[in-house]
Each structure stands twice: as C-alpha cells, then as structure tokens.
Design a binder for this molecule. Structure first.
Ligand code: 0A1
Ligand code: ZN
Length: 850
C-alpha cells in the first residue's frame, strides 16, 4: 500500500511562465501508431532563467525542434523540459501514441472503431507534450489525416476551415485550455439542426451517432435548441461559433464533456426514443445537453485558474441546468429530486472518509474530485448566494462576471468579488461554504408568549476527517408560519443566520403558529426540528411550500420506518392516511404525489439512525420498507387502483412533463398494487406497454415480487440489439434482488455473454446498482464487499478513473464489527496493486475505518 502519495496543493499555485499564443496540431491517425505533431508559438512571460516544462504521459517522442533546429530535451516520466533563454520561440514535437490499446478512456482512444478524446482533467498530456493546465489558454488549429480514407467524419473544435478526401482542418478562434480540446474520427451518421442566435449568427447543429442510431437523435436536438434559447433569454448568453457538434460515444467514463464546439457524450445521454427510453432518461438527456451547452460560457469562455477552482464552472453550471429544468418542467419536483440526490450522494461524502470542501485544498488525482460536493453542494452554494442577494443583484453580478472575466481563467475569489462589487456586501463569512467541509446541523427551539413567537436556531458542524475546526456558516433560512386552521400567516420570509446561535421574533400573533422551516431547502444543512407526528401530518396537508410539504411526509416516513425496523411496530396509520389525502387530491401535481409515495431508501434511513446514535441493521431496514409497502397496499388498495386507472396515459407517447408526471404516479401506484395482487396488474401492463417507461417499470414491479421469469426472458429477446436497453435489463435485476439473492444474481449476470468490464455503462449497470442495493451490499457476511472489490481490482488495471470513482461506494458502512472486518479485508485487497487514483480513494476510506 502506497500511503505517501504525492499531493498537489492549492497554496503552491504559481502562474505558468510562458504564453502559448497559438498551437497547430496535426494528427496522422492509426489505431496503434497515431502520430501527433504539435507546433507551439511560445512567448516568455516569466524571467529568463525559467525553463519550459510540458506535461507528457507515456508519449513516445519522435522528434523535437526549437525554431526549426533539432533539440534533445530533458525527458522525465512526467514530461519534458526545454531549456532556452529566448523570449519567444516555436517549439515543435512529434510523438506516437496507441489509441486502440487505451483502455483508460482518457486522452485519445477508440470506441467501436471511432477515434475520440477525453481530455478533462489531465488527458491532453497523453496526446502531446503541452502545459496541460487550465490557466494556459491558446488558439488551436487542428489538421486530421486519415491515410486509410475510411473515416468519413473528421471533427475537432471550432469552425471547419477546409477538408478533402481523408483530411480535414479545424480552427477555434476562442482561446481555450487543453482540457477542452477534442477530436473525433469515424464512420458516423449526422443528424442536422439549425439555430440562429439573437444577433443573427447562423449555427449548424450536428449530432453524430453510430449507424442504426439515427432514429434516436431528435429529442437531444430539441433539447439543444431549447438550451440555446434559454441561455439567451435568461442569461443573455449567445453561442459564438458557426457550428455546434455533439458526438455520442458508447465507451465513456462520465456523462458528457463540454469540449468547445464539440461536445462528446456518453451515448446513454444522447440516444432516445419512446420505445427504448424511459421518461427519466429523457429528462436526464435534456438536463445534460443543457449542462454541457451552458458550459460554453461557464467553463469555456470563463474557465478555472486551476483544478481547485473546479466548482467555479461545475457548481455554477449545475445551478444553471437546474434552473433550466425548473423552467422546462415542474420546479417543485425538480427541487425535491435534487434534494433527494444531494442527501443521497453528497451528505454521506461530507460526513465520511472522503469529506472535502467545495474548493478542496489538496488532491492526489484530480479525477477523484469530480464529486457531489464540487458539483451539487457547489450548486447549492450558488443558490444560497442568489437567495441572499436577491434575483436582481444575482443577474447584475453575473453580467459583471461575464464582462470582467471573459477569456480568463478565474478563481472562486473572482466569483465572490463580483457579488461584493455589485451588492456592497462583505462575503468573507459566506466564503466559508467554499472552504469548510461538513454539513452544518441546525437545531430549532420555539417559544410563544404574549403574542410573540420566538424561534431560536443553533448551528454546529462536526469535525470531518480532513478538517477539525469548524466555524459558523451564513445560513439562509426560508420560513413560513401557519395558524391552526392551516392558513399561512407569514408568507415565505428569509432569515439570515450568521452566528452559532440566533433568535428571531414574530410579534402580534393570536396563537402559537406552526413553523414551516427551510422552505425550498434554502440551505444544504441537516435540520433538527422536533415536531410531533400530528404536526408533520398537518404540514403535509397545509403547507404552501412544496418542498417543506414533501419534507414533512419524508420525515414521517423516515420515523415510521425506523420504528418498524427497531421494534417490529406496525405501520403508522396516521402517516398512511395523510399520504392518502395527498395522493387523492386531484389539484396536486401527479409527479409530486408520486414523490410522496416513494419511501426514503435504506441508506437515508441508516444515516438518520446513525445521527440519532442508533445501531443500523440493513436487513431490518429492508424488511421494514417491505412491510410498510405491504401495509400501505393493503389499506389503500382501492385508491391506488383508482389512481392507476384515472392517470393512465392513453394519448400517443410524449416525453413531456405532463405525461411523465402521470406515468410517475401510475407506476408508483402499480408498484404498491403489486404487493397485493402478486404482479397481475404489472403483468398486464408489461404485455400492453408500447413505451419503455411502462414496460420497464412493469418489469421492475414483477421482479420485486419474484414473478418475472417469463417477462425477463421476453424482454431480453426483444431488446437484445439495443445496448442501452440491455444495460437496463442488467440493472433492474440487480436493483430488485433481495438482500440474500443479490450476490448469486450478480455472479450470474457477470457470467452473461453480454456483460463487459470494458464498457463503463454495462459495468456500472451491474456494479453501481449492486452497491446501491443497500441491504445486499452491506450484508455482514462481507459477501457484498468482496464481490465489488473483486471487480474493482480487475477494472482498475484497465480503467483507473472508473474503478476509483466506483470505490467511493465503500465510504458508507459498515454497520457491525463483522462487516467492518470484511470491509477492511476487501479494501486491503483492492489497495494492494491499485492505481494512483484508486489508492487515493481506498486509503482515505481505510484510514477512517482503522
Ligand atoms: N466537465 C464534465 C465532466 C467530466 C469530467 C471528467 C471527465 O473525464 C472522464 C469527463 C467529463 C461535465 O461536467 O460535464
Ligand atoms: Zn459540468
């Protein structure tokens, strides 16, 4: 085990002493021997004594010339050093690389015969020698040569300059860092679109896919056009090139990448049609297309000075894509779903072995910092900032940000400064959200006397593994008050908490009100609000804020399920009846009603129990959820069937908000009904379904009841040529396996001819789904931990980024001594021969366990 890994520190930042005014790249493509020629126009900005260091990772250097003369540079494992005192020079290098053998899927690699690149964060150094850091921005000219003339599509960033048989040239007028470089070459089909910007620029839009996928591009194209329109309307940001291309690639480590003018996507976030794609898939595609497009301004035109500033682009872009989705669909549902995801992905990270601030201070492998904290907590921080300064000041600050920093590589300080300059506020305390890890816990006390209602809040943040001392954060708390009739007597009001303990008074009230606290989830904190079940049920029915309304139901469900797990208590009927009154209310959005029907998952229950000092038994949590679902199905059977029938969509399929909301509700009802009818209704839905949303959710309900043998096979046979549907076939079996069958089911699936360790989507559909099957993964026998470790050991040798990311699953648990011993053993095995990326993750998790 290699504990002393080399760290990069924020405080060590120094500017690069050279400017690259332009770069010319020529690619002579060959699967195993691609030649890359780079010509860099270099200008010195630092002192004469400074040498020029260029990153390079496993590059075979063929030639190196300085102002035309051959030189013999100093080569190391990390790159090359040019020693020249000249104030300006032209540096040329020629290297050879092997894209076909690149299984790590960064740098230049091949996927189904298509050459493609992934350069964020440090992949460009696997392509050529270059200062591979985001603060070195340059103008790129690219020539691609395909000597075989078998690759009709040759793409790079920027605008097309010229092309002929077997070659193409591209030029990008906007200076950019190397991580935004992209190249694609292959036999691909183009789906065309057009957009005219507000100022009249005509933009050719293209979505490139494999032959056979042409019928799955329309939705992504519509989403792109909506995104371009929205960014003009809401942020005043126009597109700035003549072309915008998207390429769908099957083998991709992440979701998608915002390369300038040439976004590269995991094909699962582009390809969609109603037959193969579920509603949730359409929603995700719309959101991710928007996210990558929005990066054109927040990320590309203004980029990050160094990787510590990653949230500058990611937090802001996630915030922007959430605003977009809220405008396109239901804002309330989007907010609740985001909070669920934040609690599921970010809260554990903030409390566990991997805790780090939104702006980390050190890293070993930057690829490990594309985290929920940087992305999702980063977006929450921006939401808070907007709430604190108000919408008008937010808009002004953003305009100033774009104006002041366009073309620059900026920092979090630059970002906060525009807000300070626009509002005159001192944001030094607010900056704590970027520099302090851990989720604050806010507790509430209330008092009522002589018509005055007093709320006293106290905040504290527990020490985290990375940081022991914590200070008070600025916490915006949105509050509303209701009277006993359920009328709102104080509409949503912003309270600004800045101290450890702080009181707020509300005078002139006739009686003690009920407080609805943290409306809209106005800050990413844990809220401890002591409320009786009756009060929570009251808020479920009367609160005017959809988030706190849902939260009341979620908190009641959490408490009821924990009670059931601890004491075999019967299901809470007050809760079931309050749920009934919401789901039967036809004035409420069906998607919201579906959310009320979806119970907190085991990992959320476990976190709540841990915070209360209770011992978690994953198996019991699983059984409690089953028992509650049974009880609810029993008590509300007729209502559920009525809802199912009333909301079943009969119109032709549309992936829009309205229809998908109805399907969310009917599918939620179906999953409960299946507890009582043994899968009869699900079986009928499966047979009848003419879209994937209905078919796959029927299959899931059947699988959960152990009644899907025929359907499982039929589904496979029907969809065997649709790789993204087959991913779902794998995933559903893992996700619905009971804790005791999970390991055998998964072992079996990994022996299936279509399982692949090399395709990240297929691998994730088994391994990630496995780690999310809470009771199965955390069984105390350790079988779950060892299963996952075995596969991560194998995949780490091929694709370290992927293995390292998946190893983050080990940060939750274990829940007893036996499990702990197994977890430590599994992690030690994984760490034995692990890559730098995986070692960083696993060592941190282990050090928290020992
Ligand atoms: N910037 C991209 C995320 C991304 C990061 C690293 C990657 O390497 C595998 C790929 C994509 C985004 O936020 O969309
Ligand atoms: Zn992003």
């Amino acid at each position: 085990m290699n504990l002393a890994q080399e760290k990069t520190l924020l405080k060590d930042y120094t500017a690069y002493p050279f400017e690259i005014t332009s770069v010319h790249l020529t690619f002579k493509l060959h699967p195993n021997k691609t030649r890359v020629l780079a010509r860099l126009n270099v200008k010195r900005c630092g002192s004469q004594a400074e040498n020029m260091f260029l990153n390079g990772d496993k590059l075979k250097l063929i030639a190196c010339r300085l102002d035309g003369a051959s030189v013999d540079p100093e080569l190391s494992e990390k790159g090359l050093l040019i020693k020249s005192a000249k104030p300006a020079f032209i540096l040329e290098t020629e290297v050879e690389i092997d894209p076909a053998s690149n299984t790590a899927l960064d740098g230049l690699y091949m996927s189904n015969g298509v050459y493609c690149t992934q350069c964020e964060a440090e992949g460009f150094r696997k392509i050529t020698f270059y200062p591979d850091r985001p603060d070195v921005m340059s103008i790129f000219h690219v020539r691609i040569e395909d000597p075989t003339q078998t690759l009709p599509v040759l793409l790079s960033n920027g605008n097309s300059v010229a092309q002929g048989p077997g070659w193409a040239e591209w030029s990008d007028p906007w200076p950019k860092p190397s991580y935004l470089f992209a190249l694609v070459a292959g036999d691909l089909k183009r789906h065309c679109g057009h957009f005219t910007t507000k100022s009249g620029r005509a933009v050719d839009l293209g979505i490139y896919v494999r032959k056979g996928d042409e019928d799955k591009c329309e939705f992504a194209m519509d989403s792109l056009i909506k995104s371009m329109t929205w960014d003009e309307d809401v942020y005043g940001r126009e597109y700035d090139l003549d072309v915008f291309n998207i390429v769908a690639i099957d083998d991709f480590n992440a979701g998608a990448m915002e390369n300038k003018g040439l976004n590269i996507f995991n094909s699962s976030y582009v390809l969609a049609n109603p037959k193969t794609t579920m509603d949730g898939g359409f929603e995700r595609i719309e959101g991710i297309i928007a996210h990558e497009y929005f990066h054109n301004w927040t990320g590309n035109r203004i980029t990050c000075r160094d990787w510590f500033q990653l949230s500058l682009k990611e937090g802001l872009t996630v915030f922007r894509d959430a605003q977009f989705t809220s405008d396109m669909r239901s804002a309330a549902v989007k907010r609740i779903e985001d909070v669920i995801a934040l609690r599921h992905r970010q809260f554990p990270e903030d409390a566990g072995a991997l805790a780090h601030p939104v702006r980390p201070e050190s890293y070993v492998a930057i690829d490990n910092f594309y985290t929920a904290t940087v992305y999702d907590k980063g977006a929450e921080v921006i939401g808070m900032l907007k709430r604190l300064v108000g919408d008008a000041a937010y808009e002004e600050a953003l305009n100033l940000y774009f104006e002041r920093h366009d073309g620059e590589a900026a920092t979090i300080e630059d970002w906060l400064k525009v807000f300070e300059d626009v509002t005159g506020r001192d944001l030094s305390q607010f900056k704590g959200w970027y520099t302090q890890s851990g989720t604050p816990r806010v507790s509430v006390e209330e008092a009522f006397e002589d018509g005055t209602y007093t709320l006293t809040f106290a905040q504290s943040t527990s020490p985290t593994l990375d940081q022991t001392d914590k200070v008070a954060q600025v916490i915006p708390i949105n509050l509303g008050l209701l009277n006993d009739n359920g009328d709102e007597i104080l509409p949503t009001t912003l309270l600004e908490m800045t101290k450890d303990r702080q009181s707020f008074e509300f005078k002139g009230l006739a009686s003690r009100p009920t407080a609805s606290i943290l409306r809209g989830f106005s800050a990413p904190v844990h809220l401890d609000q002591p409320l009786t079940d009756q009060k929570r049920a009251f808020l479920m029915i009367h609160d005017t804020d959809p988030f706190t309304r849902w939260e009341a139901s979620n908190a009641l469900q959490t408490k009821a399920l924990i009670d059931m797990a601890l004491t075999d208590a019967p299901a809470n009927l007050v809760l079931i009846d309050a749920m009934a009154s919401i789901i039967s209310d036809e004035t409420i959005d069906p998607a919201f009603r579906a959310l009320v029907l979806s119970l907190p998952n085991e990992s959320e229950l476990a976190r709540q129990m841990t915070s209360e000092g209770l011992t978690v038994d994953p198996q019991k949590l699983y059984l409690a959820r089953q028992a509650f679902s049974n009880a609810l199905a029993e008590r509300l059977y007729d209502l559920l069937k009525t809802l199912y029938e009333r909301h079943m969509v009969t119109a032709p399929y549309q992936p829009d908000a309205e229809q998908s909301a109805a399907r969310k509700l009917t599918n939620a009802a179906l999953s409960y009904v299946s507890f009582k009818d043994g899968g009869a209704l699900a079986g009928a839905q499966f047979q009848r379904a003419d879209n994937m949303t209905l078919q796959a959710s029927a299959l899931a309900s059947l699988l959960r009841q152990g009644r899907a043998s025929g359907e499982l096979e039929a589904f496979y046979d029907h969809w065997k040529d649709e790789r993204l549907v087959i991913d779902r076939w794998f995933l559903l079996q893992i996700a619905t396996a009971s804790p005791d069958t999970l390991v055998p089911v998964a072992q079996n699936l990994t022996k299936h001819a279509e399982f692949s360790i090399r395709n990240p989507n297929r691998f994730r559909s088994v391994i990630v789904a496995f780690t999310q099957n809470f009771a199965g993964f955390h069984q105390s026998s350790g079988a779950g931990y060892h299963f996952v470790a075995d596969w991560l050991i194998q995949s780490d040798a091929l694709n370290p980024t992927l293995s390292a990311r998946l190893s983050g699953a080990f940060q939750e648990g274990p829940f007893n001594e036996e499990g702990k011993n197994h977890l430590i053993a599994a992690l030690n095995r994984l760490n034995e021969k692990a890559s730098k990326n995986t070692t960083e993750m696993v060592s941190r998790i282990l050090s928290n366990l020992e």
